[in-house]
Design a protein. Sequence first.
Lengths: 308, 322
Amino acid sequence: MSLDVKSNGTVKLEDLPPLHNSSPDRRTGPAAPPPRRGRPRVGGYLMLLLAVAVMLLPLVWMLLASFKQRDEIYTVPIQWLPESFALSNYVGALAAVPFGNFFINSLITTMVGATLKIALGLTTAYAVVFLEFPFKKFIFGLVVFALLVPQQIVIIPNYTLVSDLGWINTYQGLILPGLASAFGTFLFRQHFLTLPISILEAAALDGASHWTRLWRFVVPISAPTIAAVALVSIVSEWNEYLWPLLVVDKAEMMTLPVGLTLLQNNDGVTNWGVLMAGTVLITVPVLVAFFLLQRRIVTGLTSGAVTG
Amino acid sequence: MAQLAITAGGAGPAHRDGPSRADEAPVPQRKRRTPWKSWLLFLAFAGPNVALLVIFTYKPLLQSLQYSLLQWNIGSATARFVGLDNYTGWFTDPATANVVRVTVIFTVATVAGGMVLGLSLALLLNRKLRGTGLARTMVVAPYVLSGVAVGLLWLFVFDPNFGVLGAVLKGIGLGSPDWYNDPAWALPMIIVVYLWKNVGYVALIYLAALQAVPRDLVEAATLDGAGPFASFRNVVLPLLGPTTFFLSVTTLLSSLQSFDIIQAMTKGGPLQGTTTMMYQIYQEGFATGRAGYSSAIATVLFVVLLVITAVQMLFIQKKVHY
């Protein structure tokens, strides 16, 4: 279970094992660590421990608080462990707000959004690499320059447009404005330029159309790259907050991050137990997914830096 | 960002034959299509994505410029052309100095702090110690969490009366500052939370770059009598140059755009103590409803982003070819 940034740093996507594959541990690469002087190692372990503690402690605190009763939370000095692991805060959170709806809405916007985004990135990159068009370079420039225009800068015109279309509190209003693929297109293009052209030539000889060539030949051999980019898109869509906050005001249409804030009391007294239970419900699935798929997610995160 | 080809460890696979091959790609064995047919095909493949970008990115960018010249409240049917009044209004508003101060402090602290902490973590994780794999996982995990959830869970950590941080501070003989209500402490609070969430990304990128540093270079330096610190300073650090530039661009852009943590923890308060430009755009546009004014701030922020990116690009082209 290690975050395996490949040792040559260029993170060749093709070399990574397919999804869900329980791959052999690759850390054994550059030979076992030679025994070193004792002193710096102890220091190193202490630092490592400190780093892990700082990262972990807030999450543990959240998890423990989600099981605590009011009197266990509002107590000085603080009480670390709850008396019992009762689920009453979770019941409270689920009763206070429609968590089921939030979850389904997050799932729909994330899955539909990420799938379409990947498809758009693939077709655009395919066109830019394999098809002819007089203004190809300009089109590609247009796509990539969009990376420099933060969505936040254009929220007011987009909000006006979406509300004029009557798309407030709808899935299309949530999904469409952030759907275009700039970063994905860029990474896919980089990857397509490295593909062996012979496979595509063979496919063309068999009379395969460009559409078939993309989906039957290019996509399968690009699966690792696509998976890496897809996971990063899924994570960012799942956590998206500002736009869903603006275009949804009905609780039944809210996504998890927006709905979670409904548990926050604004009159000054926060019911921490219930709020932390809600926070656990939205963070733990992502953490579990991250632990399972981290190799891929890490590849997706670093590939931007390494090829980009 | 596109031009930042960072392939620290030898040539990346991406650039093998460059784009020239793309031009030959339509396979010669096939009988040549009439060009317009192939153009139509191109449009069918790339068109939808480009159309979405035009509708939801480029057109609104221009509209935002136009709105910035109007006195217009969001949702209102009437608007009045006021020229540059929104801009002069923002630049002369006494509150602006504070917003700029908060933005600069937040950005510098999160970018510089993130780079220093991230590089330190990467160096630590790059050592041959047991458990670095698990530690790496822990360090990166917060980066994939929702900013809102992170903000809320840290809000409870920071609770001056019942939070764990207050207890730790009391344990070492200090009192807990009033993080919630004191503007001087609320800003450091959101900086800490932002760093906690995002430092793993910086560490990860640096780690990939560190692992690309050729081992024999470091060994050669060691043979020449360089201590670990000297070989880091003179051999490793210069090799990390391109990565540092890449990270400085990306972390700066995301720091200037951060919203989730501020909204979850402080809503820009107390006393505007955590109102960054990004947060002010949201507040003016949607809480106060002054859409024209908000668009003017958005335009200023966009120009700032463009200038910073352009300067960094120029700097890269000058500096990074070692």
